[in-house]
Design a protein around this ligand. Structure first.
Ligand code: HEM
Ligand SMILES: *[C@@H]1O[C@H](CO)[C@@H](O)[C@H](O)[C@H]1NC(C)=O
Ligand SMILES: *[C@@H]1O[C@H](CO)[C@@H](O)[C@H](O)[C@H]1NC(C)=O
Ligand SMILES: *[C@@H]1O[C@H](CO)[C@@H](O)[C@H](O)[C@H]1NC(C)=O
Length: 359
């Protein structure tokens, strides 16, 4: 009896040790260890950008814009255009930086010129491809946010690219159907759209209403919390600037900005339940975001040809609060839109309504 039970275990242990490759970690010149020597350059990039791009590891404007840039470089990838015999874009190929003269003319890329010009010298200095650099900076910038994600980073994208065609990056004025079709063309489902929009929890607008730059999409723009998903579901009652702009809808709180696309996606029957689900479980929210941004970062590339340098990405620190209602709000201000499950019950921060400071 005993030997029968123990034998397979012993065999398993023996075969496991015989099959597992020898641990061959590389030690880089700065003393850091990583799974692959080809990743060492990224420790130098990391030190440089934390100090000189991200103001000492902050989750500020540069971190936010770097995360946005991941999306705008990568989502310009259209199998539908390719099938129609046209150039469909190269995905996460760095074309937005290599061909910024062309792609910065596109309306959806409004406001990204600053971060592109801020990032470019670092990519050139460290001689890494623009596509790799954009993905790396976005992952590092996100990890600078309180409770931030651990986005995997693969290196080795070619530096060659052509300008992406216009019209592939969603606009806040687009309908939910158009946005779902566009991201669907790139390979993303409706729930994956919601998962990538976790990014808007560390986000602000500068260009939709350029008279109020730095107006955030939630009350905690440095925290990877679920507040974006809560606050977008509050009844919109005010205009943060002097008038509503195209792509903007009424916002719920002084100093907060609401994109029309976010308001609609939160309330559409195809996406509302997943939107609400993000509020219920932060660990799940982070995991889904990490998984979807990895998928974005690989658009146009074959993962097996790239090197896994994920161990260079810092682990986020800081804590975030459980989902709450901003001071002065109550559950009756929530416009619940998922018919299958009730909106999570939240309590309000005590005190009167106050304005959210710009970031
Ligand atoms: C439906 C798709 C999306 C639309 C229509 C959209 C639209 C926008 C708009 C209009 C802004 C404000 C830009 C400005 O005025 O400066 C913005 C900001 C931002 N977006 Fe999106 N977005 C979408 C999806 C995404 C995704 C998938 C990501 C990342 C994975 C992302 C990351 C960000 C970030 C981090 C910001 C803040 C930038 C900053 O604070 O400077 N967005 N988005
Ligand atoms: C990437 O391409 C740009 C031109 O678009 C060039 O200036 C840069 O040196 C290239 N970087 C590498 C690593 O080849
Ligand atoms: C920069 O990278 C390119 C492409 O990987 C390579 O051909 C070139 O030799 C590198 N230059 C330096 C100075 O290391
Ligand atoms: C939203 O706010 C408006 C204006 O204050 C109010 O008339 C309306 O009843 C509110 N709707 C909900 C669902 O709370």
């Amino acid at each position: 009896m005993f030997s029968k039970a123990i034998l397979p275990l012993a065999l398993l242990a023996a075969s496991a040790s015989a099959l597992s490759p020898p641990v061959k970690r590389a030690t880089c010149s700065g003393g850091q260890t990583t799974a692959n020597e080809a990743c060492c350059v990224w420790f130098d990039v990391l030190d440089d950008i934390q100090e000189n791009l991200f103001d000492g590891g902050d989750c500020g404007d540069e971190a936010h814009e770097s995360l946005r840039l991941i999306f705008h470089d990568a989502i310009a990838f259209s199998p539908a255009l390719t099938a129609a015999g046209k150039f469909g874009g190269g995905g996460a190929d760095g074309s937005i930086m290599a061909h910024s003269d062309v792609e910065m003319q596109y309306a959806a890329n409004n406001g990204l010129d600053d971060i592109i010009e801020a990032q470019r010298p670092f990519a050139l200095k460290h001689n890494v491809s623009f596509g790799d650099f954009i993905q790396f900076a976005g992952a590092v910038g996100s990890a600078n946010c309180n409770g931030g994600p651990q986005i995997q980073f693969f290196a080795g994208r070619s530096n060659d690219s052509q300008p992406a065609p216009d019209g592939l990056v969603p606009l806040p004025t687009d309908s939910v159907t158009d946005i779902l079709n566009r991201v669907g063309d790139a390979g993303f489902s409706a729930v994956e759209l919601v998962w990538m929009l976790v990014s808007h929890t560390v986000a602000a607008q500068d260009t939709v209403d350029s008279s109020i730059p730095g107006t955030p999409f939630d009350s905690t723009p440095k925290d990877f919390d679920a507040q974006f998903f809560v606050e977008t579901m509050l009844n919109g009652t005010l205009t943060p600037g002097s008038s509503l702009q195209p792509g903007e809808v009424l916002s719920p709180y002084p100093g907060e900005f609401r994109l029309q696309s976010d308001a609609l996606i939160g309330r559409d029957s195809r996406t509302a339940c997943e939107w609400q689900k993000m509020i219920a479980d932060r660990a799940n929210m982070l995991q889904k975001f990490e998984q979807t941004v990895l998928k974005l970062s690989l658009l146009g590339f074959d993962q097996s040809t790239l090197t896994d340098c994920s161990d260079v990405i810092p682990t986020a620190t800081g804590t975030v609060a459980d989902p709450f209602l901003p001071a002065g709000k109550s559950m009756s201000d929530i416009e619940a839109a998922c018919s299958a499950t009730p909106f999570p019950s939240l309590s309000a921060v005590p005190g009167p309504e106050t304005s959210i400071p710009p970031v």
